[in-house]
Design a protein around this ligand. Structure first.
Ligand SMILES: [Zn+2]
Length: 356
């Protein structure tokens, strides 16, 4: 009897091993046959100088997502490969969507589409957990929280009233991302810390912060005093689960006052959380944000730029949420950015668990 059981288990184990092997082989073959060009992929920026090359430095947003990514890449040897694979998967999915895509269904020249996964096409709902570290309970009011959720919904559903001012060059590219954010919970903790910085301590109760709530099903937003004039930062897909989410400076969260008082720091950071890069690609003209329908630029823009602002032979899309302009002057994601975000929710994508 025992012998029979052992044989059965062995058989099961071998079958499982073989089926895993097959799946991997099919996957590898599939990916290889797509010949996805990864030659321009990079994650680490050459220096922090490149992150702040704005022509209008005094009026430029200070987002630390790339600086934090640079640090994480140094600290975590496996992160580069993980992000490379996410990028490859994203490009494969976007390539499979092209009408004359080469290839579709894994076969070159079959007209595209086929059985390849395309970017997720349905409505997406993202539950949001707000983790607040404040001097006194209620410093961040419920109204402020509600206003932040409302702004995210406005921006990710193409309801920003300023969008009507888009120049004709860009107006046809405005995307309705069809992503809805719902408030799933608020965690508050008293803390007199005036400067949390960007080392993720606000995300760990062992360091005085608040632990993440299931990041496979929730977007976690930490609200705290970051300090150093930093508006916020996000962790890109691929990073550790215990630090997955975005951090927003308490004075830039929701509807407040000033040029960054319209809650668009969160829109920008959630864009990073959904794998969007800065609109100028954090580098020179040739360095890209991996989105085809956004023009190249070699710097961020600050303040409220006039159109056209030209840096790399074409007008910068200064009104994109992924630039560094005032909240009032950013009002669009493009279709290409939408595809890139949605690739995460497709089969095999990093955030697939949100739609299944
Ligand atoms: Zn940013």
């Amino acid at each position: 009897m025992l012998k029979k059981l052992i044989y059965s288990l062995l058989f099961l184990a071998i079958t499982f091993f073989i089926s895993c092997e097959n799946t991997d082989d099919e996957l590898n073959q599939d990916v290889n046959s797509l010949e996805i060009d990864m030659s321009d992929f990079y994650v680490q920026t050459e220096s922090d100088d490149l992150l702040n090359k704005s022509s209008d430095k005094a009026n430029t947003k200070n987002c630390q997502s790339m600086t934090v990514l640079n640090r994480q890449l140094k600290e975590k040897p496996g992160l580069y490969n993980k992000m490379y694979n996410i990028e490859k998967h994203t490009r494969k999915i976007i390539a499979s969507k092209k009408p004359d895509g080469n290839p579709g269904g894994g076969k070159p020249g079959d007209g595209g589409g086929g059985n390849d996964p395309t970017p997720y096409t349905g409505s997406i709902t993202i539950p949001v957990i707000i983790n607040i570290l404040e001097d006194n309970v209620g410093d961040v009011s419920q109204a402020q929280i509600n206003s932040q959720i409302a702004i995210l919904n406005e921006d990710f559903n193409n309801n920003n009233p300023n969008t009507s001012g888009a120049p004709s060059e860009f107006s046809g590219l405005v995307a309705n991302c069809d992503i809805t954010y719902t408030l799933a919970g608020v965690n508050r903790k008293i803390s007199s810390k005036s400067s949390w910085g960007t080392n993720d301590s606000m995300k760990l109760s062992s360091q005085g912060g608040i632990d993440v709530t299931d990041p496979s099903l929730n977007l976690n937003i930490w609200v705290c005093n970051i300090g150093g004039g930093i508006l916020g930062y996000a962790q890109f897909p691929g990073g550790s689960t215990e630090t997955d989410g975005v951090v927003i400076g308490i004075e830039y969260f929701g509807e407040t006052s000033g040029v960054y008082g319209d809650g668009r720091t969160a829109t920008h950071e959630v864009g990073h959380w959904l794998n969007l890069r800065h609109i100028w690609g954090d580098g020179r003209c040739r360095q890209d944000d991996f989105v085809a329908d956004t023009p190249s630029s070699d710097r961020s823009n600050g303040g409220c730029p006039t159109y056209p602002t030209v840096h790399c032979k074409s007008a910068d899309m200064t009104m994109n949420y992924m630039d560094y302009v005032y909240d009032d002057c950013m009002y669009m994601f493009t279709d290409g950015q939408n595809d890139r975000m949605r690739a995460l929710f497709a089969s095999g994508g990093t955030r697939e668990s949100f739609v299944n």
